[in-house]
Ligand binder design. Sequence first.
Ligand code: HMN
Length: 295
Amino acid sequence: SEKFKGVIVAMNSCYDAEGRVSPAAVKKLTRFLIDKGVNGLYVGGSTGEGLLQSVEERKLVLEAAIEASAGEVPIIAHVGALSTQDGIELAVHAEKAGAAALSAVAPFYYGYSEEAVGRHWSAIADSADLPFIIYHIPATTGFSLTKGLLKQLLANPKFIGIKTTTASTYELQQFKAMGGESFLMFNGPDEQYLAGRIMGADAGIGGTYGAMPELFVQLEKQYSAGRIEAARQVQFRINDIITDMLAVPIYAALKELVRRRGVDCGDVRAPLPKLSAAHAEQIDALHAKIELAVR
Ligand code: HMN
């Protein structure tokens, strides 16, 4: 599907000073990102803190993003949840709200078999009339998608692709080969956007894009024009910034950097670690690096 390609931002959720979801700030962030030229938004994922919110809050964030997007770019709703029941409720809501696709992490906490995870994903996918993107992120869920399970899931046309957040672009290439050319691969690690694209990713979904959307838009532009050396230079510039982000609490840092770019999304929700005074210098330096790079 031609709809999902390029730079898809795993966007932050926005809260007010009391920590309540702020639909106004979500809308502002949505506009900021779309106006920078990104190709889509991924709502309520890891960066979006979806798993730290109630079902009702997740609906509010998604509705605000869809409303502000005004149909200009596709909105992918991450509806992964601990229970299949919550996942289905969110999926049914996402379809009504106007999302372009669903996505979900594997269920976690209890260790689940492949059969159980397959049933969970299939039940969510079959609950709505929307395409479904598997979110493969074994480092956080403890569950690793296998070729065996993928083969079973591919029998259901609802499964249109995988967001692969592992360091292995080989794995990404292998999944793509199993699904065929029209089966979409979404690159997870932002540090490997270019490597992922070269190995077969159709798009990237990433959280750090939000603080520097211009750089990822530029990277995609260079890559799709076949200018690999220029694309490499942009990726290296990005990686210098991400390396600094990984040295501080990354989700809190991302929100602070987005705030400095003009959109206040509040703090991260506990138990995600917050920034402290000890990080001030690193954040200032990061902000300066980003300003210089996007100029
Ligand atoms: C999401 O759902 O928020 C993202 O798409 C996940 C994304 O792959 C991020 N991974 C995690 O947060 C675990 C990356 O943006 C990641 O933060 C970045 O590559 C820095 O390592």
